[in-house]
Design a binder for this molecule. Structure first.
Ligand SMILES: *[C@@H]1O[C@H](CO)[C@@H](O)[C@H](O)[C@H]1NC(C)=O
Ligand SMILES: *[C@@H]1O[C@H](CO)[C@@H](O)[C@H](O)[C@H]1NC(C)=O
Length: 214
């Protein structure tokens, strides 16, 4: 019994120190088994069919729909926006447990950027949402709300808010899940992670082209 407990403690400490050993983290893989590349656009798809990919929608504020929140398209046929990932350390490969900026260059009616950012605490529902209007780069305490990680989850992957870019802030790491309200599926910090997978966004246009050829 004691041995088991000791072994468990040992395993936990190995697990929790592993990210700091200095070795490169494992690359995140897309649905084809290819490593995710920095700056290449991917659709972020839900493991939970029949839901669609990640896109943007109006925020919860009744005064203005901008900045847009990150939402999940309700229908699986909608792959959502193309998203790109930029690791804080300028790595060319997107790796697990590494702070990332996540953004889309899709045109919207809002002037704000489509860089993911954690919202202020919304006391009315007790949630932090994933909104946009973040800034890219400059890892540090001033940009702490702009960094998200990808971690392995059962099946595929999940997003986690757990920035390490600011040494002095104690962050309680939390998974990114879905907060559904009036039929809108917003990304929010949650005890239930949303399982996701990544597919090169270019495949969509290829599929459309193939369909047009036939
Ligand atoms: C927006 O309006 C709805 C309906 O009037 C109300 O229930 C909700 O609390 C409002 N939300 C905010 C953030 O003010
Ligand atoms: C990443 O690139 C930015 C912009 O070129 C640069 O300022 C920064 O020092 C780089 N960071 C690392 C860790 O190389």
């Amino acid at each position: 019994m004691k041995t088991t407990l000791l072994l468990l403690c040992f395993q936990l400490s190995v697990l929790s120190t592993y990210p700091f050993l200095g070795g490169a983290q494992e690359a995140v893989l897309d649905v084809e088994g290819e490593e995710l590349q920095t700056g290449v656009a991917y659709n972020i798809l839900s493991l939970l069919r029949p839901r669609g990919g990640l896109t943007v929608g109006s925020n919860r504020n009744n005064d203005s729909i901008c900045p847009l929140d990150v939402v999940q398209a309700p229908l699986w046929v909608d792959s959502g926006l193309p998203w790109t990932f930029s690791p804080f350390n300028n790595d060319t490969v997107v790796r697990l447990l590494t702070d990332l900026n996540i953004k889309s260059s899709a045109p919207t009616i809002c002037v704000q950027s489509l860089v993911w950012k954690l919202s202020d605490y919304d006391a009315s529902v007790g949630r932090f949402f994933v909104t946009t209007d973040g800034v890219e780069g400059n890892p540090g305490c001033g940009t702490i709300t702009n960094w998200f990680r990808i971690e392995k989850a059962i099946g595929r992957y999940k997003f986690v808010f757990c920035p390490s870019v600011c040494d002095i802030a104690k962050i309680v790491c939390q998974d990114v899940g879905i907060f559904g309200e009036d039929g809108i599926l917003r990304l929010a910090l949650s005890e239930f992670a949303e399982g996701v997978m990544f597919r090169k966004a270019a495949e969509d246009s290829k599929m459309i082209k193939n369909a047009a050829d036939h």
